[in-house]
Ligand binder design. Structure first.
Ligand code: ADP
Ligand code: MG
Length: 473
């Protein structure tokens, strides 16, 4: 169906939905949806907000009814998160923001994109994939990261001069990637002629493997030597190389050799290298000694768990960036509980603000406690419990669910139990798989399948809701 027709259908549907769905749900999640396709009776829309998917799905019934009303036939509905839509949405949001600093930054970026004659910038835009959020200005400095911040700033101001390499290490979610990309952004804007390359070490390895293949899928008919030359050009022909999560290369010997050579070429030429790792070089056991020595030649900087005050400052910054008012006691309460890493703190901030806006409840300490309890309750849900309840609900046995029977009734119950186990616990795909005697790929498949089916079947959506309520009881 043509784009214009799809847009028109959706515009008409929105007119109906505006009456049916209360605010802020309508304004926040429904109105910004982007119509995508209408095939085989299924109308698909895209959302920029991954968190919003389940919240939008709660309105499936109203949306399907409205779509049917507009088109005069029965219509299924599905919603998907889309990275591209997300990027546009963020861009718009930032454009509208009153925050002059952000405005300035975006306009500087746009100007630079227009100019895009600089190779460095082109590299930053596409393959490097830097996240615009990761700037020095957005980083809250506290005792645990003061040193790492200071040396990162020095490196950004004088790449290749003072601290080379810079090796940032520390636990997950403590700002290593943020600092590393902040260096990239700083150089990108202040020394736009410099070529910058940001790469996760896993990508570096995959790229190398591709190049070593005689016929690479990417470069088809080229020879191995040509492929390797391309690879080397890509990583050695830069002024600043940022390699994230180096611990991934432990035990990957061939990649380590290539990294060693890349490192030496760049270092000898006075080019800046920045690395991050979850541990300091000495503790990377399966890393070549020569590499460890090189990494220790420059400067080592660790990031530690931020203290309470820093965590509160991070929350307050999130509030101001998102135009959200959060009372002081709530900020302190959340910062006290979520004391392991910043990623987790951001996660709970998103959860609290999404829940409170969707349910139209103010962010008070009492309400927030309820939202957090909800999460803690979820933690008590076990996979065994989910299997038992789902089996009972569909009139099969728990052994059936864990067994191999392909009898439709059992297979259906099993697939739903797999889905619920992933949704309602914090277990990973492999650990859900092992509880069900299945591979993690089977869990992934079942999860996807059920998710798709729910979007198209009110009956199934209702069953899932009933089961979820029983499990959470
Ligand atoms: P790491 O690479 O160490 O696992 P990230 O750099 O990805 O961690 O940080 C996780 C999240 O926390 C990111 O969204 C990042 O912006 C945020 N973050 C971490 N430290 C800080 C900080 N000091 N100030 C502001 N945001 C932070
Ligand atoms: Mg990281």
């Amino acid at each position: 169906m043509e784009d214009e027709t799809i847009k028109k259908i959706w515009a008409d549907t929105l007119v109906i939905l505006k009456e049916k769905i209360a605010n802020p749900t309508y304004d926040l999640w429904i109105a910004p949806l982007v119509p995508h396709s209408f095939e085989d009776g299924r109308f698909c829309v895209l959302t920029a907000q991954s968190l919003a998917v389940p919240l939008i799905q709660r309105n499936n019934k109203e949306i399907m009814t409205a779509l049917s009303e507009v088109t005069g036939r029965e219509v299924n509905f599905s919603v998907q998160y889309d990275e591209e839509v997300h990027k546009n949405f963020e861009k718009e949001r930032k454009k509208q923001s009153k925050d002059d600093e952000v405005k300035e930054f975006i306009s500087a970026l746009e100007k630079n994109i227009e100019k895009s004659k600089y190779d460095g910038l082109k590299q930053m835009q596409s393959p490097c994939n830097l996240n615009l959020k990761y700037k020095f200005e957005n980083f809250i400095v506290g005792p645990g990261n003061k040193f790492a911040y200071a040396v990162s700033e020095t490196v950004a101001k004088e790449p290749g001069k003072k601290y080379n390499p810079l090796f940032i290490y520390g636990g997950s979610g403590l700002g290593k990637t943020h600092l590393m990309q902040a260096i990239g952004h700083y150089i990108m804007f202040n020394k736009p002629k410099k070529k910058i390359k940001y790469v996760k070490s896993e990508e570096f390895m995959n790229d190398l493997i591709d190049s070593l293949r005689q016929v690479s899928p990417k470069t088809k008919s080229k020879s191995k030597t040509e492929n390797m030359n391309n690879f080397r050009d890509k990583y050695r022909n830069v002024d600043v190389l940022l390699i994230d999560d180096i611990q991934f290369l432990e035990g990957k010997e061939q990649t380590q050799v290539e990294l060693f050579n890349t490192f030496n070429t760049l270092h000898d030429a006075g080019k800046q290298i920045v690395l991050t790792s979850d541990r300091e070089p000495d503790k990377l056991e399966k890393l070549d000694e020569r590499l460890k020595t090189r990494f220790q030649q420059g400067i080592l900087a660790d990031v530690q768990i931020p203290d309470l005050e820093t965590r509160m400052a991070i929350l307050l910054k999130l509030c101001s960036d998102n135009n959200i008012r959060m009372p002081g006691d709530v900020v302190e309460f959340l910062a006290k509980i979520y004391n392991k890493n910043v990623r987790e703190l951001e996660g709970v901030f998103n959860k609290v603000t999404a829940y409170s806006s969707i349910n139209e409840i103010p962010v008070t300490l009492e309400n927030v406690k309820q939202i957090i309890n909800y999460k803690e309750e979820r933690k008590n849900v076990t996979i065994e419990g989910i299997i038992d309840i789902t089996a009972g609900y569909y009139n099969v046995s728990s052994e059936d669910i864990k067994g191999t029977s392909r009898f439709a009734k059992i297979a259906n119950a099993r697939q739903i139990a797999l889905y619920l186990a992933k949704e309602l616990t914090d277990e990973s795909y492999p650990s859900v798989g092992s509880a069900f005697n299945r591979k993690h790929t089977t869990v992934m498949y079942a999860h996807d399948q059920v998710k798709k089916n729910i979007a198209g079947s009110l009956k199934l959506a209702k069953e899932i809701k009933e089961l979820t309520d029983k499990i959470n009881e």
